[in-house]
Design a protein around this ligand. Sequence first.
Ligand code: AMP
Length: 253
Amino acid sequence: MSVILQRERLGASSMAEQVLRNIGPIVLLGPPGAGKGTQSKRITEHYRIPQVSTGDLLREHVKQATPLGVQIRDLMARGELVSDHLVCDIVAWRLREPDVERGFILDGFPRTATQAVWLDSFLKFEFFETGKWAAWLPIVVCIKVDYNKLLLRITGRRTCPVDGTIYNVYSNPPLVDEICDKDGAKLVTRDDDREEVIRERLDAYERQTKPVAEHYQQLSRVVDVNGDLPLDEVTASIVRVIDHNAESAVGSN
Ligand code: AMP
């Protein structure tokens, strides 16, 4: 059922109850260009739970030039992974903030099997054994997109350098080729959206994510969602998965 239909059928007050119950941890997996960022934002708004993005947390350390930020700056600039123990420490610190009590959506974490194993035991000790949640394993939603469609989506992406509007030369072109409709600026292609770079990014994603997906597949926690569908339908599928699994994962506590 679509989010809108669901809202109509439930009515405003039961919708509020529905979204304010415990959701638990959600892990969103998906290659670059799969719409992970957009879907994460929609899910956080729907359930009123925070998004925890390790990329954002690490970039903030770099920006503030904290001791950790100084240590990881060059490595991040090269697109390499930060070491597991540093990332896990940051996640532990973030997941002890009070706003995650009903649940949260993880973006960019776990990225290695070690991080996934660490996360399971952290959630077990911090949320399950303390009686906060009835279960602790995350719901893992994997957004699947056809490889060739993904290439078109990413290589077709153009951004306005002035107001940040994003176009796509194939699916959402500007009125005049390569020119922003709103301010007339010449559109640009992000350096990491060029085809040779994107192929490398997609391969790296496959290599990195496979062990994480396998870890959760063994625990029967992975649900695939068709990311080729229109945005609203992808959101509705993710909401369906979360509604179904959150109930069986965290019960009514
Ligand atoms: P992202 O915004 O998720 O693409 O992350 C940007 C950069 O932050 C990555 O290229 C890594 O250098 C680092 N990073 C983010 N999340 C992780 C993680 N879970 N493990 C290791 N490094 C990470």
